[in-house]
Design a protein around this ligand. Sequence first.
Ligand code: ZN
Length: 119
Amino acid sequence: MRCASRKQSGERCKAAALRGQKRCHFHSAPGIAAAIGSVGGNRRRIFDAGNLRHFEPAHSPTELLEIIVTTLGDVREARLDAKTANSVASLATIGLALMRSTSLEERITKLEERDHHDR
Ligand SMILES: [Zn+2]
C-alpha cells in the first residue's frame, strides 16, 4: 500500500506505507517531514549581513588576517553560510598574492631609484 500523505506540493507521497499502517516511515513520525523541509529555509535565514562585523577594505596582510579569522568564527558559529565563507577564502588568497607582488614591486622600485641616485 502506498503512503496516504501528501507532499507540500500537494503531490501524493510515492513511498510505501509501513506494514499495517497508512503512512511511510518518513510520514509516520510527526514533525520530521516538516523539520526536514524547513532546513533549507533556516539555512537562508541564518545568513544575515546585519549579524556580521563590518570591515573596511583590507590593504595589508594583517587587515586581511583579521577578516579571515572573523570569517572562520562566523562560519563555525553559523552566522555565515559555507558558500559565502568559501568566496571570502578564495578572494583573500588572491588578495594576499596581489599584496605580496605589489609590495615586492614597491621594494624593487625603491632599490632602482636608490641605484639611480648612487650613480
Ligand atoms: Zn509518505
